[in-house]
Each structure stands twice: as C-alpha cells, then as structure tokens.
Ligand binder design. Structure first.
Ligand code: FMN
Length: 371
C-alpha cells in the first residue's frame, strides 16, 4: 500500500494524520509535529465569520508558519456566505488544503447549527460545501461523524453528495454526535463511506498506536488514519506509527529526545504567543508530556510533577525542573523516607525547581513504600 495520499494537487506523504484539535493544534504544536515528520497536521477549527471579522484568536488559529511542509486550515461555519469567505481567506492565508468541520459535537457549535449539526440537514450541508468549493482553487476536504445519532447514520450519503460537489477527501470519526466521546469508535461503520466514494477516506477515533492503526485500516478499508488524543504529549506519534506501518521498528523517544521536543515546543509557544501567554498555552502540553513519559514509573509521582511543573512561572524554571525530572533513574535509588515526611512535603508550597524535585523524590519514595 502506498504511503502517500493524493488530495487534488497535494500529495500528503504519509497515511497517519494528526487531527485538528481546538486548544491543541496551534502553530507551535503543528510546527513541532511537522518537524518530527508528521505528514499532515491541521489547524484548530477556525470560525469563518470570526476569521473574516479579524477576531484575533481566530486569526491566530489560522496562522501559517515558515517551515510547515503542509498547511491545512479547518473551517467551521453555518452559512454558505461565510463558508465562501472563509475558504477564500484560508486560501489567501496560504492553505494547501481547506477542511470543513461537520463533526464537532460541542453544544455551542451545534447550537449555532454548525459542526455535526450539519449532518441533520444534508441539503444545507451541501450548500455550504458547494460555497466553499466554488470560492477556492485549493482542494476542499470534509471531516464528519457517522451521523447525528444511531437512528440517522448518514455519513455515506453525505460523503457521496460531497464528492459529487468536489470534495477531495473525507475523514470520518467513527462515532455519532450523540455519543460525543463515549463508547468506542466504530471503524467498521466507516467501511460504508469508503464504499460510497472514490476520494480518499480517513478513519478516525481511538487510534493510539500502530496496532490500532492496522486494525482501523482493515476494518474500514480506509486509505489513512487520523490520531487526535493519542498525540497528547506525543507529537511524534503520527510519524512513528507511519514508519511502523511501513515496516520500520516503532520507537518512543529517549529522555534526551523527549526533553528536546518539549522544550522546542515551549520555545515555539513563547515566540508565537509571547512569554506570558506562551507559557500559559503550553501548560496543557507540558502536563501531557509529563504524564505520557515512562518516568518516573509511578503515575502518582508523575501527577505531582505535572501539577508542580504547570505552576512554575517562567520558562527557564520549567526547563530546569523538567530536565531534572527526566534526568535518569534517581527515583529508584533515593533513600526511602517515612510517609509522614512525604506527607509534610506534599503540603508545602513549592516554588523552585530544586524544591520541586525534593518533593517529587519524597513522593516517589512514598509510592515505593506503599507499593
Ligand atoms: C480537545 C479536542 C479538540 C478537538 N477539536 C476539534 C476541531 O477543532 N476540529 C475537528 O474537526 N475535530 C476536533 N476534535 C475531534 C478530533 O479531531 C477527533 O475527531 C476526535 O478526538 C476523535 O479522535 P481521537 O479518538 O483520535 O481523539 C477535537 C477533539 C478534542 C479531544
């Protein structure tokens, strides 16, 4: 099976894609994942009307960075006029591909008759698709769910109509809107979409590793897979899974590589948002990085580390504390301290990286003692 996917005039050089995620796939994240070899990384959803009005957070979401090998801007909207304007603006901003969000389940989005609410009215959905396709020369793609609920599974019907209008690839999250994120994504239900169209189909939902990716591809017959939450703290994951699908060994990065990745993303965040907001926006990625790392071995210790690291007020303090946290196997060799001392440390107000590490060592020992 080919590793690349053709979407209009764009070749995506891999079949493990990074999902658009609001609050996650900002430019620093997209640069980091792309730099690690991700073939496809999309922006957070960008509301067309707010983009056209120049609302700063929407303009920031659509930001395009130097060195990004591929720019996919995802649009969300409720009216054909705004979709058309959004598509034209996305093209002008430098989008290689324009993706339309017909899958977001959030009440504030569906309440505004956008996102997955469009799956309740396919005629209106098609007017929006037509408006976007007519307004840009860039390939337009669609991301959707299986349907609004289990009584109205209409992804194949929407896919078929969308392809006829000119949509060039379709991603399906194997859940209904009413499921939100509960239950299991149904990869086999995506097979009906694959059978309904000739454009590439991408299967999405609950894919974390190469084994999941292989199962999802087999169950759906899709051309590619998309990972969302599996990227939390693992911006290398799509590239690593892509390599694994091609037969290369799958390797998680070593501590030094992880540190370089996290700190690189932190620096990108500071440059993009400025120091104060950059650190704030980065904290969720930092927390995920700590929790996704295999060290310290105890999840409780990692949780404490996460909480403390996310409270630090400067990037240099984060850098020092994280370097120290991941600096080896000291946790296995620390002197065991009594629970009472650990508990006392647990209640202290820790501000400095040095103090943080003392506290983590205590917590680690507590975990060792209680194990
Ligand atoms: C925090 C968060 C934000 C998301 N934002 C978007 C979005 O902006 N656009 C979109 O199409 N889907 C969005 N999604 C849905 C994901 O792209 C993906 O379809 C879903 O998480 C299922 O994939 P996963 O199981 O690999 O996470 C979001 C999901 C999460 C968890």
């Amino acid at each position: 099976m080919s590793r690349s996917i053709r979407i209009g005039d764009v070749t995506v050089p891999g079949r493990v894609w990074a999902a658009p995620m609001t609050g996650v796939s900002d430019l620093p994240f997209r640069k980091t994942a792309s730099g690690l070899g991700a073939a496809y990384v999309a922006t957070e959803m960008v509301a067309c009307a707010e983009l056209a009005r120049g609302r700063p957070d929407m303009v920031r979401r659509a930001a395009v960075g130097e060195g990004l090998p591929l720019t996919v801007i995802q649009l969300v909207g409720r009216s054909a006029d705004w979709m058309a304007r959004g598509a034209a603006l996305a093209e002008a901003a430098g989008a290689d591909i324009i993706d339309l969000n017909f899958g977001c389940p959030a009440k504030e989005v569906t309440g505004a008759l956008s996102g997955s609410a469009l799956m309740r009215d396919l005629d209106h959905a098609c007017r929006l698709i037509d408006a976007a396709v007519s307004a840009t020369r860039r390939p337009v793609t669609l991301k959707m769910r299986l349907g609004w609920d289990h009584a109205s599974i209409n992804a194949p019907a929407l896919a078929e109509r969308a392809e006829r209008i000119g949509v060039q690839a379709i991603t399906v999250h194997g859940r209904t809107r009413q499921q939100f994120y509960t239950g299991q994504a149904d990869w086999s239900a995506v097979a009906a979409v694959k059978q309904a169209v000739r454009v590439p189909v991408i299967v999405n939902g609950d894919i974390l590793d190469a084994a999941d990716a292989l199962r999802a591809l087999a169950a759906s017959g899709a051309d590619a897979v998309m990972l969302g939450r599996g990227l939390n703290g693992r911006p290398w994951a799509t590239a690593a899974i892509d390599r694994a699908l091609a037969g290369e060994p799958f390797a998680e990065p070593c501590p030094a590589a992880r540190l370089a990745i996290v700190l690189g993303q932190l620096r990108e965040s500071l440059v993009f948002y400025g120091d104060r907001l950059g650190l704030k926006m980065f904290r969720k990625h930092l927390g995920w990085a700590v929790m996704a790392a295999p060290w310290p071995a105890s999840a409780d210790v990692r949780r404490i580390a996460k909480a403390e690291l996310c409270r630090l007020e400067t990037a240099s303090a984060v850098e020092a504390a994280l370097s120290d946290l991941w600096a080896g196997d000291r946790y296995a060799t620390e002197v065991i301290v009594p629970h009472s001392a650990a508990a006392a440390a647990g209640s202290a107000d820790i501000a400095s990286p040095t103090m943080l590490n003392s506290r983590l060592r205590l917590a680690s020992c507590t975990a060792t003692v209680s194990a």
